[in-house]
Ligand binder design. Structure first.
Ligand code: HEM
Length: 523
């Protein structure tokens, strides 16, 4: 009996020493023998994905990566098995490469292991099938038939800005967010979410942002999805997740009660596939995941881009006045403003692209790896580096967009950089270099499926704001909300991004009363 405690202490010490030994072996392997050992990077990042996880929790991973590129150069090791690149060549080598796919880290976003949306389908064939369906909802032609519904929502937004015309500063963050969610609700399931006019569904914007933040942390720390730990963590947020799930179910149920062809929304394109009996068919349950992702993808991304453009215009009077002149001379009446007319507004497009460059709504690193079935079929080369199998690679949009090699003076809001004219070789090379390094929507077969929707929504909203209102930065402290490093618009990286501000003061122009009446401004 008396020997027992001695035995226990001995066993405990043995276990402890064994664990220490394994840890030292593991760490030595990462530093001395791992195939990525010669890549530079922060020491902690070479040892654990907890490094990226920590900054993902703080929502500033995009800024940390940018700082690391300044310190370590165009490629560095962000995790034991992760390399981040900072060149247009790497962007092309990774994202325009059919041998590459999304790694299992994307499965951190699944709440049901058998359900995949277009976005988190890892299997390349499965993705192609789903993308074909989803892409049909956002083509230029679909946008033309959806434009009337979108314009109605933008008009509600414009009227809302006027209601505060006793010069109270408005934080445009929520306004832009509610507008985008209302539009995506109609585009996906013809459902009037009415966030702009009714508080009931406004929780959606905030809850999806919380969910994105969690998801981004899970994606940076692969041990979470590997052992399905997210299922347990998500239990802590059960109530808010269930509330969102109920709303999406209501949207789907309402739409299913209607004729599939009643309108050209996402559902109308998915419905045929749900009914199909062949392999290309969608299961009814997949609709939920497709809807959920579509709403996330199209909601806060466009809202961030709109807030950012308003931020930059309010702080750059020359750009503001150039854009106001373009809009106010292109159209004769506010009711004439349409996607067709806006297609010719080059300065407007340049202002949008410059905002997307400086403040990309998806500011992070979109991880990819060589599809497992491609291993052994020739090397995977990124910007001249042969990538060992199993390595996750990516380009960080925020860093690439602030790389001076492509965008000189990267913290300057300069829409004119997108309008360089001239046929000299150097001008042509400059134009090409910039366009090749523009990654706001990503590129290749997994690039954004909603680009036409985003440009139409941003163009209509900005043109109508400038047609019906003048605006400026709020005075005092409120005017500083949203100011980030070197004066740019501060984004918080949650895979997509969130932000606060800008606070702006809107003054309706005479054109407002002409089209909406005075009552609307005071109502
Ligand atoms: C300014 C606004 C937007 C930006 C910056 C943006 C950006 C992106 C990016 C970077 C991706 C790639 C994500 C990844 O690889 O993990 C993506 C994917 C996607 N986006 Fe967007 N997006 C925007 C608006 C929209 C809108 C309005 C919609 C829907 C109408 C949409 C639908 C999608 C879909 C369905 C995908 C998945 C594509 C696939 O995996 O094949 N996006 N977006």
């Amino acid at each position: 009996m008396t020997n027992l405690p001695i035995l226990s202490t001995g066993s405990a010490a043995y276990v402890l020493y064994s664990l220490l030994y394994i840890a030292v072996l593991g760490l030595s392997y990462q530093l001395l023998l791992h195939p990525l050992r010669n890549y530079p990077g922060p020491l902690v990042a070479k040892l654990t994905n907890g490094y990226a996880g920590y900054f993902a929790i703080k929502r500033n991973l995009h800024l940390q990566i940018w700082r690391n590129h300044l310190k370590y150069g165009p490629v560095f090791r962000l995790g034991p098995d992760r390399l981040v690149f900072n060149s247009a060549t790497a962007l092309r080598d990774i994202y325009q490469n059919e041998r590459v796919t999304k790694p299992p880290t994307y499965l951190a976003t699944q709440s049901n292991p058998n359900a995949h949306s277009t976005w988190n389908s890892l299997d390349r064939d499965m993705h192609r099938r789903k993308r074909k369906l989803v892409g049909r909802a956002t083509t230029e032609a679909s946008m033309r038939s959806f434009e009337t519904a979108m314009t109605e929502q933008v008009d509600i937004f414009i009227r809302g800005l006027a209601r505060n015309h006793n010069q109270q500063p408005i934080n445009v963050k929520n306004r832009c967010s509610y507008l985008s969610f209302d539009i995506i609700g109609l585009l996906s399931f013809g459902y009037a979410l009415n966030l702009q006019t009714d508080e009931q569904n406004q929780f959606l914007a905030e809850q999806l942002a919380h969910g994105n933040h969690r998801m981004n942390v899970y994606m940076q720390i692969p041990v979470i999805p590997r052992y399905k730990l997210q299922t347990w963590i998500n239990l802590l947020f059960r109530q808010e997740r269930e509330k969102t799930a109920r709303l999406i179910e209501t949207m789907i149920r309402n739409r299913m009660a209607d004729d599939a062809n009643a309108r050209r929304d996402l559902f109308s394109f998915l419905a045929d596939a749900v009914n199909a009996k062949d392999d290309d068919g969608l299961r009814l349950g997949d609709l939920w995941y497709e809807a959920f992702f579509f709403i996330i993808a199209g909601g806060d991304t466009t809202a961030t881009a709109l807030s950012a453009t308003l931020f930059y215009l309010s702080r750059n009077p020359e750009c503001y006045s150039k854009l106001a002149t373009e809009i106010r001379t292109t159209f004769r009446k506010g009711t004439e403003i349409s996607g067709k007319g806006l297609a010719g507004c080059q300065y407007l497009r340049a202002c949008i692209d410059e905002s997307l460059r400086m403040s990309p709504p998806t500011p992070g690193t979109l991880w990819r790896h060589l599809a497992p079935e491609e291993e052994g079929r020739g090397p995977f080369v990124v910007d001249g580096h042969v990538i060992p199998n199993g390595t996750m690679v990516g380009v960080n949009a925020y860093s690439l967009h602030h790389n001076e090699e492509y965008f000189p003076n990267p913290f300057k809001y300069d829409p004119d950089r997108w309008l360089i004219t001239g046929n000299s070789d150097s001008k042509a090379a400059q134009r090409k270099a910039m366009h090749d390094a523009f990654a706001a929507f990503s590129i290749g077969s997994r690039g954004c499926a909603g680009k036409p929707t985003a440009y139409l929504e941003l163009s209509l909203s900005l043109a109508k704001i400038l047609w019906y209102h003048d605006f400026e930065t709020a005075p005092g402290k409120l005017g500083q909300v949203g100011v980030g490093q070197q004066g740019e618009f501060q984004l918080y990286d949650i895979f997509t991004s969130t932000h606060d501000g800008p606070y702006l003061v809107f003054k309706p122009r005479d054109t407002f009363a002409e089209d909406f009446g005075n009552a609307a401004a005071h109502g």
